[in-house]
Design a protein around this ligand. Structure first.
Ligand code: 6PG
Ligand code: SF4
Length: 601
């Protein structure tokens, strides 16, 4: 099938926009690659330190004739999605040895669980932790003794931060190794219902705790289609996972076989062999366009509208919100996974999952097939399913059709004609809205604004019974310069109760929401932010705000903003407590949300 003209046009536009930075990046990568195996440049002393504790691997390492893998691990016990990584290094070392290579943990990176910090002060470090992860991975890889790298990470900022590092070290062939989703527990919509009942006082904390523990109940990624699982989708659409690796549950024989297969593949694609595949050849404008199409076709997390520009910039590729909008316009919404529907990622995977989607989108001319991937050339191979045969991974053709059209549909008969993300612009600045989880009749709202400077103040106003009419709830001073741009997802139950009571409500914020947020129309990432003299800082209670997701507009009506003085907020409290003291330089130097809210890149 010929490539859709918009795919070609957007790819060409990105390539043209990126020409300078991409050329500089590729020159840097080529220079590094030309230096040959890293270890050749280390002294005996350097190497002795690196191998001292490596036991039986020492001779292979010192002879430096076989490839050595550096493992960057985001293991900790706080994220259910990362807890399984505890034993992955042992498995990877054994698999490398068995395949004639070696592997060492090059370093660890921090990983924040946004579920633990949701609605808490710690969430103010969440977005910044992405760049900390990139920095920490760089420290590990700077030991410079690796011919390939394996990145162990899944969740929200961890994959984006690791991709920023993998691109920066783009001369090192790499794969991302996932741990997979937890098996299904209490359905996400039932959990959300109990939360709303708790918000209205219908159930007590005991019932809420019971529901939460039944929903988040074991090792593996949470099963909604939030940022973590959107990251997993990207790693297949962009060719950094093995095909079909994303949604195989942890602790299963196929999961273990995939980890072994990823290790073997990493050893095959180093510069010591004949299939050198540096990350810099994989992460190009075509890979990012494929990632954007996957984001739209699956109704993925709005957080990737911030992370993808930062990931791309690390590879010299410059994305713009217009690229997201134009691709959303031509990409059908093919999946309905919570919060966009009732199914979870396990059901999605069973229905045909990413392999079906990639095949169907390729046939529809909506993906580049001629991309380089860690598994080899061409995206077609990602339509295959991994099977376990005698304890090893083999690939077989996927079903080629959806096995449950309530969850997954072909591009020819989608849930919506276009993707779930729309760019917004108007006299309040630029932002984004995820429409895939919002009922059509709620895509346009025009109502008086109520202005807040914290999410707690919104909840207090709700408890005081303040919301009795249609309202645009503005929560400002939530941008990266203000307080690190925390997710405001803990507002979801409150806003959903107001909506269920028959009110038309919308959220407008320079902050962000979670990938798990859904049914309330939310104009997010509004920039410039209030703390950066953005027009959102000029709004006053009672102003009529119109949010039109069908037209992509966000405006205050009948007000001359030029006559207004910007609101002030006391942000001093955001600089101390729970480690916020350490992030002042990040708040001072962070870029626009629309450009990726980067600090290090
Ligand atoms: O973007 C995301 O996907 C979220 O950050 C997610 O990782 C976060 O953990 C949610 O807070 C979980 O949902 P609940 O908070 O509703 O449990
Ligand atoms: S998906 Fe979110 S809540 Fe679940 S483990 Fe990852 S960061 Fe934590």
């Amino acid at each position: 099938m010929a490539l859709h003209p918009t795919i070609t046009a957007v790819t060409d536009r990105i390539r043209a926009r990126s020409e300078g930075p991409r050329r500089k990046y590729l020159d840097t990568m080529a220079k590094a690659a030309a230096e040959g195996p890293r270890r050749a440049h280390l002294t005996c002393g350097n190497q002795a330190h690196a191998y001292a504790a490596m036991g039986t691997d020492k001779s292979a390492l010192t002879e430096a004739r076989t490839p050595n893998i550096g493992i960057i691990t985001a293991y900790n016990d706080m994220l259910s999605a990362h807890q399984p990584f505890e034993h992955f290094p042992d498995q990877i070392r054994a698999a490398a040895r068995a395949a004639g290579g070696t592997a060492q943990v090059a370093g660890g990176v921090p990983a924040m669980c946004d579920g633990v910090t949701q609605g808490q002060t710690g969430m103010e470090l969440s977005l910044f932790s992405r760049d900390v992860i990139a920095l920490a991975a760089g420290v590990g890889l700077s030991h410079n003794v690796f011919d390939a790298a394996l990145y162990l990470g899944v969740c929200d900022k961890i994959v984006p931060g690791l991709v920023m590092a993998a691109a920066t070290f783009g001369y090192i062939p790499s794969l991302f190794v996932p741990a997979g989703p937890m098996v299904s527990g209490l359905p996400n919509d039932e959990k959300a219902k109990v939360r709303q009942q708790f918000a209205t006082g219908e159930v007590g904390r005991d019932k809420l705790m019971e529901a939460e523990m039944a929903s988040y109940h074991g090792p593996g990624t949470c099963t909604f289609y939030g940022t973590a699982n959107t990251n997993q989708m990207l790693m297949e659409f962009m060719g950094l996972h093995l095909p079909g690796a994303s949604f195989v549950n942890p602790g299963t024989p196929l999961r273990d076989a995939l980890t072994t297969a990823a290790t073997e593949r990493a050893l095959q694609i180093t510069a010591l062999g004949n299939e050198y595949t540096p990350v810099s050849d994989i992460l190009d404008e075509k890979a990012f366009v494929n990632g954007l199409v996957g984001l739209m076709a699956t109704g993925g997390s709005t957080n990737l509208v911030i992370h993808l520009p930062a990931m791309a910039r690390a590879a010299g590729v410059i994305l713009d919100l217009q690229d997201f909008s134009d691709l959303s316009e031509i990409t059908p919404l093919m999946a309905k996974v919570y919060p966009n529907g009732l199914a979870d990622v396990n059901h999605f995977h069973a229905a045909g999952g990413l392999g079906f989607m990639i095949g169907d989108l390729l046939n529809a001319g909506l993906l580049h097939d001629d991309t380089k991937t860690a598994a080899g050339s061409g995206l077609e191979r990602y339509t295959q399913d991994p099977k376990l045969v005698d304890g090893r991974v083999t690939y077989a053709p996927g079903e080629g059709k959806s096995l449950n059209e309530k969850i997954l549909r072909p591009a020819s008969n989608p849930f919506h004609a276009h993707g779930g993300l729309t760019q917004l612009s108007g006299n309040l600045g630029r932002g984004v809205i995820k429409t895939s989880a919002v009922a059509e009749e709620r895509h346009i709202i025009e109502a008086p604004a109520r202005i807040f400077h914290t999410q707690e103040a919104v909840k207090d106003a709700f408890k005081a019974g303040d919301f009795t009419a249609d309202t645009v709830i503005v929560v400002r001073f939530q941008g990266p310069k203000s307080n690190g741009m925390p997710e405001l997802h803990s507002l979801t139950p409150t806003l959903a109760v107001l909506q269920d009571r028959g009110l038309k409500v919308a959220l407008v914020t320079d902050g962000r929401m979670s990938g798990a947020s859904g049914k309330v129309p939310s104009a997010i990432h509004v920039c410039p932010e209030a703390a950066d003299n953005g027009p959102i800082g000029l709004l006053q209670d009672g102003d009529i705000v119109r949010l039109d997701a069908t037209k992509g507009t966000l405006d205050v009506l009948g007000v001359d903003l030029g006559t207004r003085t910007p609101a002030q907020a006391d942000l001093t409290g955001n600089g101390t407590g729970v480690g916020r003291e350490l992030f002042e330089a990040f708040r001072q130097n962070v870029g626009l949300a629309a450009d990726g809210a980067g600090v290090v890149i």
